[in-house]
Design a protein around this ligand. Structure first.
Ligand code: CA
Length: 225
């Protein structure tokens, strides 16, 4: 899952970037509203964490502009403590949630998970496909009773496949949801990571769950044929 963070306070910004990356999110970060607005309307994100008080273009203007283009990406606003009017204005402009500074990182993660659930079919946790279980809170993966250890990127890739189980995902979709904007678009990074993931998740297990759809991409599903 890929998140855009628009936050100008360096301490909060680096705390968010580090924490979100550790939680297997792909993160793009900007410290100003002009770049933030541009990224929000030109790139694909699963969620946006938006500070309201920003230099250049403020968070309210970003919200208004993004929603006026019918971009429905979930937005969590960061507001100053006691800034009740800002929260109300943010929510009225189309924010989905807010957090007052200072906030606990685990609360931010829980609110992000809640927002990410909304846009999709409501997934119970763990997400289960036959004997594969992806626990999106603990970020742990099992097949049957066997725990599978994955790198943060492998986990992020598997979580995206599992959230979209049954749906064929193109390499572009996978890149947009699992990698941040700093990846090299000319590399075969998706294929490399799919192969690694298969070795861990499918090799030695039955049924095979990660399938290549020639010319289209990849899908995680239980083929019954
Ligand atoms: Ca600020």
């Amino acid at each position: 899952m890929r998140v855009l963070v628009i936050e100008d306070e360096p301490g909060v910004a680096s705390f968010l970037k580090k924490g979100l990356r550790e939680a297997s999110y792909a993160v793009d970060l900007t410290d100003n509203g002009i770049d933030g607005l541009h990224m929000a309307v030109t790139e694909t994100y699963d969620a946006i964490v938006l500070d309201l008080m920003l230099p250049g273009v403020d968070g309210f203007t970003i919200l208004r502009d993004v929603r006026s283009r019918d971009i429905r990406t979930p937005v969590i606003c960061l507001t100053a403590r006691d800034a009740v009017d800002d929260r109300i204005k943010g929510l009225d402009l189309g924010a989905d949630d807010y957090l007052s500074k200072p906030f606990s990182f685990s609360e931010l993660l829980a609110r992000l998970r809640a927002l990410l659930r909304r846009g999709q079919e409501l997934h119970a946790n763990p997400i289960t496909v036959t004997d594969l279980q992806v626990d999106v809170v603990a970020r742990s993966v099992h097949r049957g009773d066997i725990r599978i250890d994955l790198s943060p990127t492998e986990y992020a890739l598997l979580e995206y496949l599992a959230r979209s189980a049954g749906q064929v995902l193109s390499r572009t979709m996978i890149l947009e949801h699992v990698w941040d904007m700093n990846h090299d678009p000319m590399t075969n990074v998706v294929d490399v990571h799919i192969n690694r993931l298969r070795k861990k998740v499918d090799n030695g297990f039955d049924p095979q769950l990660i399938h290549t759809i020639r010319g289209a991409g990849y899908v995680l599903r239980h083929d019954t044929i």
